[in-house]
Each structure stands twice: as structure tokens, then as C-alpha cells.
Design a protein around this ligand. Structure first.
Ligand code: GDP
Ligand code: MG
Ligand code: K
Length: 298
């Protein structure tokens, strides 16, 4: 962990209704790289969506679960969110689709932001779909609902105005630590952690019988609504190792799968179907493709 005096960091909580472009915006900011958070806390209240890291600063973008849903008592909910979910939040980022009519839920959110006591930057996204002059009435409308820290028109898709947004967020960062090692920021965090978990179970259950000559490739990861299907291949170097990994009547492989699945479910906070295959590939250590896939080159 760096602790340079000049280093600044902070938490930015993203709010906004579905389809306004929150994910696109985060992808644009962090360049498709999101954070590996392997030891996920019990609660998902501060779910980390993305981490933007440079040599001088780190912005941790968090999710505010449920805020986008229509809410009867939104005002109360915002207070609740401020108290419970946003202990660490330095700034709110409220993202809206400026090319569309302002939604009732968005009005409600805007009117209730002051209850959180947090500064809030309003992001008017998708400006590429509209004329500049049409922005002014929207800015006026939102300004009448809440005194926003700033209002930033952007096109997340075209990476337009995003630098201004980052600059505005910087005002709310504080001198502080790098909360997450920038090495933890990857483009395939879930795949890599899943592979790590499977490897860990293998090493643990097989002890020294199949020493180090194994590698895991996640061949497919399908996110369904209620379940994530994961297909993984365990590569080993010898046919005899394959036998040990599979075990009598497949019992060892079953055990590995059950234990790994449990941990992956905790990590993803979702039901998991895990299918494991074992293959002998004696020269996998020399294979660029596999090594890249296994994340050894991170
Ligand atoms: P989320 O539900 O808020 O995370 O929204 P997404 O990031 O998934 O985006 C929803 C849709 O809006 C996708 O089809 C995006 O490609 C599109 N979108 C996001 N940002 C922009 C933008 O700046 N301009 C345009 N034209 N489309 C965008
Ligand atoms: Mg999204
Ligand atoms: K937070």
C-alpha cells in the first residue's frame, strides 16, 4: 500500500436508474478494468463496481443497491442509505440519460439527495444524442430540485466530458491511502478468482500428490438471472495425475467441485453451477495462451 503524502483517494457512490449508462461510464473511466474483491464482506451494501487508479489518486466507485427501484418512501430510503450504506462515501454521482424526459423517480431522487448530506455531482449522459441547446432547460430543471456540486454533460459512449467529471470528483478525494492495490484491478476478476478458488481446493485436497503441475482455465462463464454457469478445465501434466484428481468413481473431483462451488457462490453472491473437466496437457507451462488465460502475467 502506497502512502505517499500526495496520494488522494475516496469513494464515489453511483446512483441512477437502469439504462442511463452507469456501466458504460465506469467502463470508459477505468478502461474495462474492474476490481478483484476476493474476500467480499458479509454485506453487499458497499459493492465495488470499479476502481480508477493512477499514480496520484484512486477513486473507488460503489453501487447503491436498490436506489434505482421505484420507492414509495424514497426520502426515508435516502436517509437510510446515507446512514447505513454510505458510511465511507465521499461523493455521490447521480447519472441520468439527458436525451430522455426526466423520470419521476429521478425527480424524487434529486429532491431527496440533500437528506444524505453528501455532495452530489449530476452526470447528464448521452449528450451525443441531443442538441447542445436542449441541455440548458434540463440543467435548469435539475438545478431547481437540488443544489448539485456540479453538473457535467458527458457522452460515456464517446468518452466526451468524462475527464471533466473525473476532475470534479477529485475535489472530494482526500489525502489518504491507496485502498486497493492497483494490481487488483483486472478485466476478468470473477474468472480469475473462480480459477484461484478451484486451484486452492485442488492443492488443499491433493496436498503434495499433484504438486504444482496444474492450471485452471475457466472455459466459459455464463451469467444467468438466478445462476452463474461455470465450465472449468483442470490441466495436469501426467495421465497419472488426472487419475488422482478425478479419484475413485470421480469422488475427488466431486469434492473439489463442491468445495469450490461453495466459495465461488459466496464470492459472486449467487447460485453457481460448476462443471469441471480434467485434461492432460504436458506442456501447458510453455503455452502462451494458457499462461495468459490463467492470469499469471498480471
Ligand atoms: P446502466 O444500466 O445504467 O448500467 O446502463 P448501460 O451502461 O448498460 O447502458 C445502457 C445503454 O445505453 C447501452 O445500450 C449503452 O450502449 C447506452 N449508452 C450508455 N452511454 C451512452 C452514451 O453516452 N451515448 C449513447 N448514445 N448511448 C449510451
Ligand atoms: Mg449497469
Ligand atoms: K460507499
Amino acid at each position: 500500500m502506497k502512502n505517499k503524502k500526495s496520494f488522494k483517494s475516496g469513494f464515489a457512490a453511483i446512483i441512477g436508474m437502469p439504462n442511463v449508462g452507469k456501466s458504460t461510464l465506469l467502463n470508459t473511466i477505468v478502461g474495462q478494468k474492474i476490481a478483484i474483491i476476493s474476500d467480499k464482506p458479509q454485506t453487499t451494501r458497499n459493492k465495488i463496481l470499479a476502481i480508477y487508479s493512477t499514480d496520484e489518486e484512486q477513486i473507488i466507485f460503489t453501487d447503491t443497491p436498490g436506489i434505482h427501484k421505484p420507492h414509495n418512501k424514497l426520502g426515508e430510503y435516502m436517509v437510510h442509505v446515507a446512514n447505513e450504506s454510505m458510511d465511507d462515501t465521499d461523493v455521490l454521482i447521480f447519472v441520468v440519460d439527458a436525451s430522455k424526459k426526466i423520470q419521476e423517480t429521478e425527480r424524487e431522487i434529486a429532491k431527496n439527495i440533500s437528506k444524505t448530506g453528501l455532495p452530489c455531482i449530476l452526470v447528464l449522459n448521452k449528450v451525443d444524442l441531443m442538441k447542445k441547446e436542449d441541455l440548458l432547460p434540463i440543467i435548469a430543471d435539475y438545478s431547481s430540485m437540488h443544489d448539485f456540486a456540479s453538473i457535467v454533460p458527458v457522452s460515456a459512449k464517446n468518452n466526451d466530458g468524462v475527464d471533466i467529471l473525473l476532475h470534479d470528483i477529485e475535489d472530494y478525494l482526500e489525502e489518504g491511502p491507496e485502498f486497493y492495490d492497483s494490481d487488483m484491478v483486472t478485466d476478468q476478476p470473477e474468472k480469475q478468482i473462480a480459477a484461484e478458488i478451484i486451484r486452492e481446493k485442488l492443492l488443499w485436497l491433493l496436498d503434495k500428490e499433484v504438486p504444482h503441475g496444474i492450471a485452471i482455465e475457466i472455459t466459459k462463464m455464463q451469467e444467468k438471472e438466478k445462476i452463474t454457469n461455470i465450465y472449468a478445465t483442470i490441466y495436469c501434466e501426467k495421465a497419472s495425475h488426472k487419475g488422482i484428481i478425478i479419484g475413485k468413481h470421480g469422488e475427488m473431483l466431486k469434492k473439489i467441485g463442491t468445495m469450490a462451488r461453495g466459495d465461488i457462490e459466496k464470492m459472486l453472491d449467487k447460485k453457481v453451477y460448476l462443471e469441471l473437466w480434467v485434461k492432460v496437457k504436458s506442456d501447458w507451462r510453455n503455452s502462451d495462451f494458457l499462461i495468459k488465460n490463467f492470469g499469471f502475467t498480471n
